[in-house]
Design a protein around this ligand. Sequence first.
Ligand code: KG4
Ligand code: ZN
Length: 356
Amino acid sequence: MESLRLNAPVLAVESSCDDTACAILSHRGEILGERVHTQAEHARLGGVVPEIAARAHLSLLPKLVGDVLDEAGLSLDDIGFFAGTTGPGLIGGLIVGSNFAKGLAIATGKPFIAVNHIEAHALSARLPGGEVETTFPYLLLLLSGGHCQCVAVRGVGDYERLGTTLDDAVGEAFDKVAKLLRLGWPGGAALEKVAREGRSDIFALPRPLLGRKGCDFSFSGLKTAVTRHVGQYNDQTLTRSVVADLAASFQTCVADVLQDRACHALAMFPQARALVVAGGVAANQELRDALKNVATAAGIHFTAPPIRYCTDNAVMVGWAALETVNACKNAQKNVDDGIPIEARPRWPLDDLKNRS
Ligand code: KG4
Ligand code: ZN
């Protein structure tokens, strides 16, 4: 195998859930080519079906890789190294995508870098081209369909999970409530849209864990409360205006909870110079505004990566690989030290400490 060519592009693959993605980044992090295919087949089934997702990744990846190479005007020989998400996530998809990238690495005699999906979200705020450069240390709020965490990001490979959800992820709560309100799946964006027409003070809803010590989350009680309200209506009486009021009440509730949890997390991590939000739910404007207010009150920067890099993508995977390679070079460490390259559904961030 060739040794790592640090000034050549990286080709990265993401396949941990229902987005199949591929990207090529220059060694400086410029995006030379990118594709994300969100698998539509899960919508009619009301949720991600792991087996279907894994098969879809397998059939989509060869074309996506060809497309990004064409867009970048490169061939596989021009790639310096390959990267793939190896966890955490749905194991079938992780096996397919990471082994696809590994196969390309073996076929071309180049190195393969295993990337942790949460780390990729955590570092995406540092992608070049942002309004302000996000420097360490910062607090990450990862708000997606699969994850809901507060993470202290001290440097590349140096993360501490400060809090997580005790039940549902925040995106999962949006999706379940959207389903109850007959807004389809995944329903976060549709819920935000209809909430704009509603009033948030019509329905009384609980704010789980508000004021509670630490920065864990809980959303299942909130979802149950919405279920109870919806149960008082039938198909005729659950009008657009009732749906809008319920959606607005739910969203404001989530905003209040996130503000409270973010304040607690910042108190636990006073060194943070910025508050960063990522994950699909970070696309929500009311939640972004609420969290920006928390950052402003704390006198620190607020950063949300562009929406297309908030949701799952391979650019963040390539970027995390570049950051890792550079951090390891600076620390004179081997990039493979202590990191198995097998796909695994669970991969705690703390394990990355061994790397750099
Ligand atoms: O990060 P992501 O693309 O995939 C996961 O890792 O889950 O996040 C998808 C989640 C879904 O739950 C979706 O409903 C939610 O993000 N979402 C939103 C919005 N756009 C997407 N939730 C609230 N408001 C939005 N505008
Ligand atoms: Zn994700």
